[in-house]
Write a protein that binds this ligand. Structure first.
Ligand SMILES: Cc1ncc(COP(=O)(O)O)c(C=O)c1O
Length: 460
């Protein structure tokens, strides 16, 4: 390739594949990427990957030492459950390490069918369909259901996979402020008016999509009201239970079950990589919905089926969740979350409850800091103390609402919880005296302004 290098000099690369020396002009490309990276850093939004070198229960080895993991979505601790791990191994032995092809092309493994039957039974629906991730579940289901001319309505805090699915669909996108039912109703009324006078076969459709438990704020969607509204305006509703499956309702299928509206929701989505400790996503609903998705969901049709190990593990996890042990694990994780939430300084967790909540309503406990760089500083201070809760920033959450996303699991022991509370106290996120070591060496450089609450930090 000709050298068309600019002022920064041209780099040469060995092209190993061709066993030859290939001079490539990458200067302009590289400098553009570096400029973009510098901009990301400058805005405090740079993400590095924290390498985990080992896992021992609730501890992860990072940078040469074990720290307490308080940011995992493995809510029930099933990713390390012996039965679940054994099922993954057995599935690998029985079926191999890979699924070899897309299920629509090269045959569909009995194991995937067995998982889907188990999911349908667990969710009490006619059928279920599994995908290789929650993300691909959403980005292929949404465009299968709606397209140009239709309307997708999203909550302002919608997960990226819903936004991407909505964009891919080509439908008109309308966004309502977080959980704002009045604004949602206005949008639904507008969409219903647009559809007036059209024949049923070419009527524009309206699809509302929401999480049941919001992934970054941990609050709940008003599912009962959403179901009433969508019925009133003839819209469809898709509910993503990613952070609720295994955790809510008498049978632990999610918030829709707890609120008694599961049967009234057209499209119910779950993920296998969070409380179910495996990997993947699924849709459950009527047999015709599932048959339709087999024919129309592009990431199902045009992608290799999830590995047997993931399907085997997910099946075992569903068995555990539905069992008495599942109930015990669920009770334990809620007790752990409540032990933390009940101690947080008022205002640290977004909450309309005066004095702050006393019981956890979600296992996602956002500790709102606000400023992106400050959130990173607080996360670093906690990390120094051996507590791993990374800062979550834009674009995962809106700008200026950076937070530590603390999550609890059933695997956390009482002493883990005590250690976490001491760490949070040391950075001023919960009330009380902090240890001298913590106040001087860890949070000595944090001022009250590092926290969005006006409570003093332990360093004061
Ligand atoms: C609400 C929600 N939906 C979907 C997903 C995507 O699931 P997965 O991680 O299996 O791709 C996530 C994960 O971050 C999520 O929080």
């Amino acid at each position: 390739m000709a050298n068309r290098g600019g002022g920064l000099g041209t780099r040469s690369f060995w092209n190993k594949r061709n066993h030859g020396f290939k001079l490539a002009d990458v200067t302009a490309f590289e400098s553009e990427i570096e400029r973009r990276l510098a901009e990301i850093r400058q805005r405090g939004l740079h993400r590095g990957l924290r390498r985990i070198d080992g896992i021992a229960g609730t501890r992860v080895a990072i940078s040469g030492r074990f720290v307490l993991n308080c940011c995992s979505n493995d809510y029930l601790g099933l990713a390390g459950h012996p039965e679940v791990v054994e099922a993954a191994l057995k599935a690998t032995k029985d079926y191999g390490s890979g699924s070899r092809a897309s299920r629509s092309i090269c045959g569909s493994l009995a194991l995937h069918h067995a998982l889907e039957e188990a999911l349908a039974e667990f969710e009490n629906t006619e059928a279920a369909l599994s995908f290789s991730s929650g993300y691909t579940t959403a980005i292929s289901t949404i465009p299968a259901l709606v397209g140009p001319g239709d309307v997708v309505v999203l909550d302002k805090l919608a997960h990226g996979c819903h936004v991407d699915g909505a964009r891919l669909s080509g439908a008109k996108l309308r966004v309502y402020p977080h959980n704002d039912l009045e604004r949602l109703e206005e949008i639904l009324a507008w969409a219903a008016q647009r559809a007036q006078g059209t024949s049923p076969s070419n009527r524009p459709r309206t699809l509302i999509i929401t999480e049941s438990v919001f992934s970054m704020d941990g609050d709940h969607a008003p599912l009962r009201e959403l179901v009433d509204l969508k019925d009133r305006y003839g819209a469809w509703l898709m509910v993503d239970e990613a952070h609720a499956t295994g955790l809510y309702g008498p049978r632990r299928t999610g918030l829709a079950e707890e609120l008694g509206v599961a049967e009234r929701i057209e499209v119910r989505m779950g993920t296998l990589g969070k409380a179910l400790g495996s990997a993947g996503g699924y849709i459950c609903g009527t047999a015709s919905l599932i048959e339709y998705l087999v024919n129309k969901a592009r990431s199902f049709m045009f992608s290799t089926a999830p590995p047997p190990s993931a399907a085997g593990a997910a099946m075992a996890a569903v068995r555990v969740v539905a069992s008495e042990e599942g109930r015990r694990l669920c009770d334990r994780v809620w007790a752990n979350a409540t032990a933390v939430v009940s101690q947080l300084r008022p205002g640290v967790q977004k909450s309309g409850i005066p004095g702050g909540p006393t019981a956890a309503s979600s296992l996602i406990i956002p500790l709102i800091i606000g400023d992106e760089l400050r959130a990173v500083e607080v996360a670093n201070a906690l990390f120094e103390r051996g507590i791993f809760i990374p800062a979550v920033r834009f674009p995962t959450v809106p700008r200026g609402s950076a937070r530590l996303r603390l999550t609890m699991t059933a695997a956390h022991t009482e002493s883990d919880v005590a250690e976490l509370l001491a760490g949070l106290r040391s950075v001023g996120l919960i009330e009380g005296q902090c240890g001298s070591e913590a106040s001087e060496t860890v949070v000595g450089n944090l001022s009250p302004a590092h926290l969005h609450t006006d409570a003093p930090t332990c360093a004061a």
